[in-house]
Design a protein around this ligand. Sequence first.
Ligand code: BG6
Ligand code: MG
Length: 217
Amino acid sequence: MRIQAALFDLDGVIVDTAKYHYMAWKRLANELGFDFTEKDNERLKGVSRMRSLEILLEVGGLLGKFSEEEMQEMAARKNEWYVELISKMDESEILEGTVECLKAFRDLGVKIALGSASKNAMLILNNLKLTPYFDAIIDGTKVSKAKPDPEVFLLGAKELGVDPSNCVVFEDAQAGIEAAKNAGMKAVAVGSPENLTGYDKIVKGLFEVKPEEIVNL
Ligand code: BG6
Ligand code: MG
């Protein structure tokens, strides 16, 4: 069995938080006087909070118009709205197949880690009651370099005590797939082949994953 650890991205793989990020970013854009569409929001998937703000301001033609302090304040304001939204989440929002997938890997003796850019990952995992499934949790509070840098996944492997070559990553964002490959890990893309490239295998969602096959990827 080649694979000894499975590392999961959170947003877009375990739960669809993109809609809440979108609502909060859109509110900020509207306050700043421009519109922000769902298509624009696609560009924010897997991207850090501050980089997301830069993209948003670029869409509104306002990039470079604010001081660092104002940017921090806007990101904090968006996060307050976002936290208000995700605070209401419960187990019903776990994406199909997630629990079965986590349990099946655990039953095969595969260790499980979270590898997310989000600083809100703990709140989400706790609300979804998924925290006990993870042997290690690496989130945006623990890393300094954003995906496609491999830091988040390398830290996860280290915490699990598994060599990167024996790890598999589940990711919905292109930057995340690249981060996995940069870490020397196998990458399973979660999404559709039109938007993603460079993976070892692709699935539509965790409901399609067969852990007994993935361990020999
Ligand atoms: C990623 C999301 O998981 O986390 C991004 O895909 C988000 O959209 C990033 O910007 C940071 O999240 P947060 O919760 O720390 O603002
Ligand atoms: Mg994601």
